[in-house]
Design a protein around this ligand. Sequence first.
Ligand code: ADP
Ligand code: MG
Length: 338
Amino acid sequence: MITEILICSRLTRRFGKRLAVDGVSLTLAPGRITALLGPSGCGKSTLLRLIAGLEPLDDGEILYGETLIASPAEALPPERRRIGLVFQDHALFPHLSVRDNVAFGLAGRPRAERHEITARWLTRVGLGDRGRDWPHQLSGGQQQRVALARALAPAPRAVLLDEPFSSLDAHLRGEVRQDIAGALRDAGTAALVVTHDARDAMLMADDLILMDRGQVLQAGSPEACYARPASLDAARLLGDIEVIAGERRDGRVETPLGRFEARGSNGACRLMFRPEALRLDPQGVEAQVTAVAYGGAASEVRLKVGEAGATLIAAPGRLTVGETVRVRLDPAAVRLLD
Ligand code: ADP
Ligand code: MG
């Protein structure tokens, strides 16, 4: 239903001459998780603060369905936007029990209802038996789950999470990521999760937004952004990318890794592809192994192909330096640059 969609259009925020958020548009719909990925300093937190109402808009507008929530001229205060927030850390009130933390946003409701909603949310995040504890008695991951329960309990229009995993140890991240994604899907609330970790973003997102220097580089499904990056900058945000130069003539590009179809005018051009698009193949082009780096599940093998270099992802122990191999680049995975 259009009436339940949070529509952000051309959101803009300046600090002095610096454009921290530069015309960002996005929509948040119930039951969908949108992940916002970008490097540190690109404007992610500022964008969240604009949506939550903690920062005024210099341009653009926010609508909930057809109702105006914010524009440079008029803005609902944060407490009337009904938008939940979860921050990276220091999220809970230390002097309130876990239960009272979750009940915090329910002030003004009848006591029985407050209890019922709080118990339901604590159970949903797997902490039904920890209501009487103090925040410091919980692990970092448990505290983040309480913070999420607190944000979701008042049934917000949307919940915004600012780097919710970045203060957690690596071994906890995966589990907390799944718990939080599960609770969000369960709740059916529109969610915007900010992260600077490509893996977190892709694993959680229904919709992915790639951001850099205040602007959206690309928006789409994780699969589309990964496999069909809109630019080299967008491609790099999601993982390693290889670039190879070639010569285009009559719709085809000649490269050391083979000939690929690419529309456009004749002349020099560049192609990009993910390293896993290059595979060992007896029918492929010849290449020399120049370096092998062990990486656990897979090794990164550096190849020399004619005058060009390329990286091959290979099973560990399979290839050695100096060896000659044959490789093939999947034409469907090759994208034209420039
Ligand atoms: P991110 O969350 O992606 O790391 P931020 O939104 O925190 O990025 O910051 C974006 C840019 O805006 C940064 O260059 C930051 O220094 C600047 N910035 C953020 N908040 C303020 C502020 N209150 N005053 C001045 N500059 C700010
Ligand atoms: Mg930030």
